[in-house]
Design a protein around this ligand. Structure first.
Ligand SMILES: Nc1ncnc2c1ncn2[C@@H]1O[C@H](COP(=O)(O)OP(=O)(O)OP(=O)(O)O)[C@@H](O)[C@H]1O
Ligand SMILES: [Mg+2]
Length: 356
């Protein structure tokens, strides 16, 4: 067993219960309908069937699926000979299918100039605290996932409430003048708090509430579905911020056995890939919260680690670890950022939200 798996098994063993409710008695209100997707951007997010690839009929698709090649991604990274072997395809057909999958996923090279152009469009939402903004290079940026993690009551949900407000501030005040999509998996969204923070920031609480679209996720499948459905709202409602609070708790309470670990990780991975695509395609901020587990094997330093292992670690571009200080003081530590130095910032959580 790899080192990574050992750590994740610990995660399943530990007895963290905060924030995890019993959802067994709740009825899921979702109606799943597979509507036709005709929006070209949504088309990119829609999971593709491998039968859409040239030369892959239902029989070959069955064989490929049986051998674990179920997605465009798995075909795109396969070698022609693998596909020939498992699905009895001709070599030419295999090559064409792989190329089509790669094209569809836009897996080719692109110029650095094009990447730079896209990065120029990155926008930021202020946290409301200048020390935090400085730590984060000016606020929470669009086009990628930002994750805050920490123990219960470390202030993760307070960050969410705060951003619900600051995202709606005008651009010259560090906001994006945009609406918010909020996926609440722990029933912890508190409009009263948002209203309080809005007042402090000089916004009309009623207007602020109208621009926050909250959905309560009852289980992990529902959570994933809500993210897909959210795509509809993003353009219609000028959504600039997508929040998932918490990213992992549903997965964690549902997949409890060791044998389910890899299923759980695969599902979290899929969920995060969708969130990542949403961030990039719509140039929005994606902000997720995550819990921690104890790491009894760590003797020095802080013996905690975020849930979800490498899957979450790699998908979140910016990761911030939250700790409680004395009184209203909180400490945020920037853990992973591709472009900023690691560091810490001190801020306060008060009735008015996050402040210096
Ligand atoms: N109105 C308020 N005024 C001052 N501080 C507040 C207020 N509301 C909440 N807090 C602070 O925020 C803490 C709760 O933080 P929060 O709910 O964001 O934690 P969390 O990290 O989301 O926890 P969990 O893992 O349980 O979801 C409280 O313990 C308190 O210190
Ligand atoms: Mg919370």
């Amino acid at each position: 067993m790899s080192k990574k798996n050992i750590n994740l098994d610990k995660n399943l063993d530990d007895s963290y219960q905060e924030g995890v409710e019993d959802y067994d008695n709740l009825d899921s209100p979702v109606d799943v309908d597979d509507e036709i997707i005709d929006d070209p951007i949504k088309e990119k997010i829609k999971p593709k069937e491998i039968t859409d690839l040239p030369g892959i009929g239902p029989t070959s698709a069955e064989k490929l699926k049986a051998a674990g090649y179920e997605t465009y991604e798995s075909i795109a990274v396969a070698s022609p000979m693998e596909l020939v072997a498992v699905a009895s395809l001709g070599e030419g057909t295999a090559i064409k299918a792989i190329k089509a999958a790669r094209d569809a996923l836009e897996m080719g090279f692109e110029s650095a100039e094009k990447i730079l152009d896209r990065r120029k469009l990155i926008s930021r939402i202020t946290t409301g605290s200048s020390s935090l903004d400085e730590l984060l290079g000016g606020g929470i940026e669009s086009q990628s996932i930002t994750e805050v993690y920490g123990k219960f009551a470390s202030g993760k949900s307070q960050w969410c409430f705060q951003l619900c407000v600051t995202a709606q501030l005008p651009k010259d005040q560090g906001g994006l003048d945009g609406a918010v999509l909020y996926i609440d998996t722990e029933n912890s969204f508190r409009p009263e708090r948002v209203s309080q923070i809005a007042q402090y920031r000089g916004l009309d609480p009623e207007k602020v509430m109208k621009n926050i679209f909250v959905a309560r996720a009852y289980n992990s499948d529902h959570q994933m579905l809500l993210a897909e459905k959210g795509v509809d709202l993003i353009k219609d409602k000028n959504i600039k911020l997508v929040i998932v609070d918490s990213l992992t708790s549903q997965f964690r309470s549902e997949f409890t056995g060791r044998g389910q670990l890899s299923d759980r990780q695969q599902k979290i991975n899929k969920h995060m890939r969708l969130l990542q695509k949403i961030a990039e395609l719509y140039n929005v901020v994606v902000f997720v919260t995550n819990q921690v587990m104890s790491r009894p094997d760590i003797l020095f330093g802080d013996p905690t680690d975020a849930i979800g292992g490498n899957v979450v670690k790699h998908a979140s571009k910016t990761r911030v670890y939250l700790r409680k200080g004395t009184g209203s003081k909180r400490i945020a530590k920037l853990v992973d950022s591709p472009s900023l130095p690691d560091g810490e910032a001190v801020y306060n959580v008060t009735g008015d939200g996050l402040v210096d």
